[in-house]
Design a protein around this ligand. Structure first.
Ligand code: ARG
Length: 564
């Protein structure tokens, strides 16, 4: 008996008595808003239209017939326009907790044999890192781990913006105001870049120098290329340090510069297919027949090729190199037009797989800058998160005395605060980041989830019992226990849903429900000092809840610590 059998029976029983296809019923089954209303709900509103009867009448008819037809389920009742079905709680708990005992609970093989490339983070070198790049890093990292859990082969790609006129400005600043060695230090590079812009306003000569440096870089001048490479390496080293801290990884850092010599093919093909036209000296593809008013710009009048052309070359490169079935771009909503253009150009070039390219867009964040505007210094941000977490934890002294490595915990808490503030919101929504709300151990926060996990770890550690995997679960009669069992049961479905919608918030909010369920359950579901059978049943329940929290938090990029 597995968890799916219960849902399967609900679908079968409804299908039989509503005279519908079982798959159709399965798709329509939902969860009632309150646990005491049952475990599955079937809405009768579409049937009502067809049968020309009121939904409550239909619900009652189905429920009356279904009642004699139950095996794993133990109750069926009409409630408003819904048929609600309830599981046999003990048998349900047996199935759920048995499955959830596996460390890989929630993982599956849905994606076996399929490869997904996820393009995320993708900052620009020699330009400021924006909050948008951080969101992309957080959301993209979570998607990587979600798809991996579902059995996909995932290629993480950092499409770094490592080519462009900004390098001319960076080098000009370096040459004019820098010291030897500054090219090896990101903070100096940032400072010189800022300085360049301060002076450039009133110094046309400096602007001209910048132009000249980029021209030299583009024509392969040795010194310019060597400096560009140094600056690129310095930046990537810095980013890799930060990525380590954030727990994200990339299989490839092939960014824009890699495609410099791969754009001609794109342009030739576009010409050969008769797609490219010249407009005001620039080479464009008119997309108006495809419902896009802004033409795609392949080549500017001065011969410099563009972001879009590189992206066309990059998509093809990914497709050829990795044989990917899907390419996912985790990039801010501001670039929606760019990706519509990109996918359309790929289609017009004859790539049927353009259908499997997805722009996973997201909204803006306010309130996260540590300097002016939306520009952030990542290292500063993470340090600030750690220090604030430490201060918060020290404010709660009595609980924290036994903590061995406060700083490590604070680092993890700081990151959890930033990640969860982001991942708990629907990605398309803009949100305002607030340090105090994000760091708090109470409320809808990452630290709250971490402490729920650590608290169960504590219960299991201190209960003085060896868990018995075959414990009798009939003592789990409390609604609080059933609520937790149901939430554990839904975990595999939640992961699938998060992947289907490219929406880590589905997972984040499910974990929040679980932590809230725990909170409501602690005092009712005591382990220590209880009769053996009760204690053992609850122990298994807590072990399963811990397992789901551990798995889910790890997928979100949050460390599930044993103590904090
Ligand atoms: N570097 C770009 C930016 O900061 C984002 C790149 C996203 N990926 C891509 N393949 N276009 O705007």
């Amino acid at each position: 008996m597995t968890v799916d059998d219960f849902r399967g029976e609900a679908a079968r029983v409804i299908a039989r008595h509503a005279e519908m296809e079982r798959e159709a019923v399965d798709r329509m089954l939902t969860v009632p808003p309150k646990p005491d209303m049952g475990d599955f709900a079937f809405p009768c509103f579409t049937l009502a239209k067809k049968l020309r009867k009121a939904p409550p009448v239909i619900a009652k008819e189905i429920a009356d017939k279904a009642v004699a037809d139950l095996e794993l389920l133990c109750g069926v009742q009409a409630l408003g326009g819904y048929v609600n079905l309830s599981v046999d709680r003990t048998r349900f708990a047996e199935a759920v907790l048995h499955e959830a005992a596996d460390a890989a609970y929630g993982c599956c093989e849905d994606g076996a044999g399929q490869t997904i490339a996820i393009d995320y983070s993708s900052p620009n070198i020699a330009k400021p890192f924006h909050v948008g790049h951080l969101r992309s890093t957080i959301i993209g990292g979570a998607l990587v781990r979600i798809f991996e859990a579902l059995g996909y082969e995932v290629i993480g790609i950092n499409h770094v913006g490592d080519w462009g006129t900004q390098f001319g400005r960076q080098i000009a600043g370096l040459k004019r105001f820098g010291q030897p060695g500054d090219e090896n230090d990101l903070m100096s590079l940032n400072r010189l870049y800022v300085k360049f812009h301060e002076v450039a306003d009133s110094d046309p000569e400096l602007v001209e120098e910048a132009r000249e440096w980029f021209r030299r870089q583009e024509t392969g001048d040795e010194e310019a290329v060597a400096l560009w490479r140094r600056i690129r390496d310095t930046s990537l080293d810095y980013f890799k340090r930060i990525y380590d801290r954030l727990g994200v990884r990339f299989d490839s850092y092939t960014g824009e510069s890699f495609f410099n010599d791969k754009m001609d093919t794109v342009i030739e093909e576009a010409r050969a297919k008769g797609l490219a036209t010249v407009s005001d000296g620039a080479l464009i593809i008119d997309l108006s027949d495809e419902g896009i008013d802004t033409p795609a710009l392949l080549e500017k009048a001065d011969g410099t090729t563009l972001y879009l052309t590189r992206d066309v070359a990059a998509a093809r490169h990914r497709h050829d190199t990795y044989g990917c079935d899907r390419i996912v771009y985790v990039v801010a909503s501001g670039q929606s037009l760019h990706f519509r253009q990109l996918f359309t150009v790929l289609k017009l070039l004859g790539h049927a797989w353009s259908e499997d390219c997805v722009h996973v867009n997201f909204g803006l964040v306010q309130g996260m800058s540590t300097r002016k505007g939306n520009v952030i210094y990542l290292e500063e941000l993470l340090d600030e998160a750690r220090d604030r977490a430490l201060a918060y934890m020290r404010g709660q002294i009595e609980k924290r005395l036994d903590l061995e490595d406060e700083e490590t915990v604070a680092e993890a808490v700081g990151i959890a605060a930033i990640f969860f503030a982001d991942l708990s919101k629907q990605r398309i929504k803009d949100y305002r980041f607030d340090w105090d709300l994000a760091i708090s151990f109470e409320g809808d926060t990452g630290p709250y989830l971490m402490s729920a996990h650590a608290r169960i770890a504590g219960i299991l550690r201190n209960c003085g019992l060896e868990p018995d995997p075959d414990a009798d679960l009939s003592p789990l009669v409390e609604p609080e226990a059933h609520r937790l069992v149901s939430l554990v049961a839904r975990y595999p479905e939640v992961l699938r849903e998060a992947a289907r919608l490219y929406e880590p918030s589905v997972l984040a909010n499910h974990l929040l429900e679980l932590a809230r369920g725990l909170h409501a359950g602690y005092t009712v579901l005591r382990v220590k000092g209880e009769e053996a059978d009760k204690a053992q049943a609850r122990l298994l329940l807590f072990t399963a809840v811990k397992q789901v929290l551990r798995s889910g938090l790890t997928i979100l990029g949050i460390q599930p610590l044993e103590r904090m």
